[in-house]
Design a protein around this ligand. Sequence first.
Ligand code: SF4
Length: 451
Amino acid sequence: MDLRQVFFYVMHTTCIDPLVIRQGWKMTFPQQNNFSITVEKQNPANITKASFPLRYGTYSEIRTSDYEFRFNLSGEIKFIRGLNTNWPHPAEQLKRTDGNDWVYYSVGDQSGEDGLISWMGEYYLPCLPYPSNPVWEVNYVANPNIMHGFAAWSQLYADLYGAKENRQHPRARDLIIRILEHDDRVLHERSQHLHTIIGERVSVLPPDTRHVDYEIIPLMIADGCLYHCDFCCVKTLQRFRVRSDTDILDQIRRLKDFYGRNLENYNALFLGNHDALAAGADRIHWAVCEADNAFRLSDSRPTTPMLYFFASVDSFLRSTHQLFEKLNQLPFYTFINIGFESADPSTLAFIGKPVSAPKVREVFCKMNEINAAFTNIEITGNFLIGTTLSPDHYQALEELLGSAPTPPKGKGAIYLSPIKDSPKKRELLPQFLEIKQHSRLPVYIYLIQRL
Ligand code: SF4
């Protein structure tokens, strides 16, 4: 019996599932159809970084002998996890995003402090069903043991259809009806509706949204970006343009309606799209306050809500001290992520990014100053890695990160993003580890994820 089998044996024969002990169970109804329903289960709003399956917020759960299915408060399927020994690992699960992508959370094949947690800052690797920039690929679609989870979900849906007329507690019946109302077609349509509300799909989320498991409410306050860099695979062709008051207010109203009661499971706002900082202090402050009034993030949550958005080198450089003071006073903890890409002039020219290396260095210094000066603001930055980039790029990067001031409270992570034409293989990991060793700031890998 290997370690995984021992873990399963403990979880399923002696009922000392750590989650049961920690959370407590509410209103669980055994069913005749060989499944049990928990109508609502409360977890801490905050996400704990841990090696067991992610649990947060309030959700409903249905368990069969082989699978655990979790649903949000609207009755939409969110997670599927296998419970028998065929499932690859007890901490792994399938998660459906609000963009209707099924992402497989893998624990990777190298655990411990020098494994996945040191590369990603998390205990799991999101394996995506669409092309991205992974350091190593896990093709979960080719694993029949994982794909059986989808067949089990279809079977459960059919069983719920049959069970809805059975005698049962009204709350269990209500849940069954809510789930049946959200079949695969409806889930697809709802994701399309979300994209219609915000006017486009979010092609990339800030890396810092990993702290909330990428569960954010998107609000577009601007479109396009300042540079249209050649290397970039997430840009739009639009010129930078700030959205109107009417547009932003309309999004907020429709988003509130879209999320419904499930809004209470969100504790984070993302201001899109690629350079919200360029929209300016007044527009950001106004949009956040309007969204907060509507979504009641700051006055109804047990913890400080999070605010995420992107910035560019130029928008950050021209942002005044007053802007950061204004952001610092918001009832949010704000993460601003800057796309630096490189501090080497020839690399910036090679990737077609129209900023100078001295400007990158100036903004990098300003980033560290802001992180030291403001308690509610954290600035993070992105640089590229890839086998097609020159040694000068890596030397400039190591010098920059090696000379940074010691960050207060570990603030100011640097994310290394594999360039798209680099071999999508683990060959990049030694390079990553070398940069990490030379850096005085925390360094992680940036996996491009959409919504
Ligand atoms: S890297 Fe950023 S600034 Fe450059 S094209 Fe992409 S989104 Fe625009």
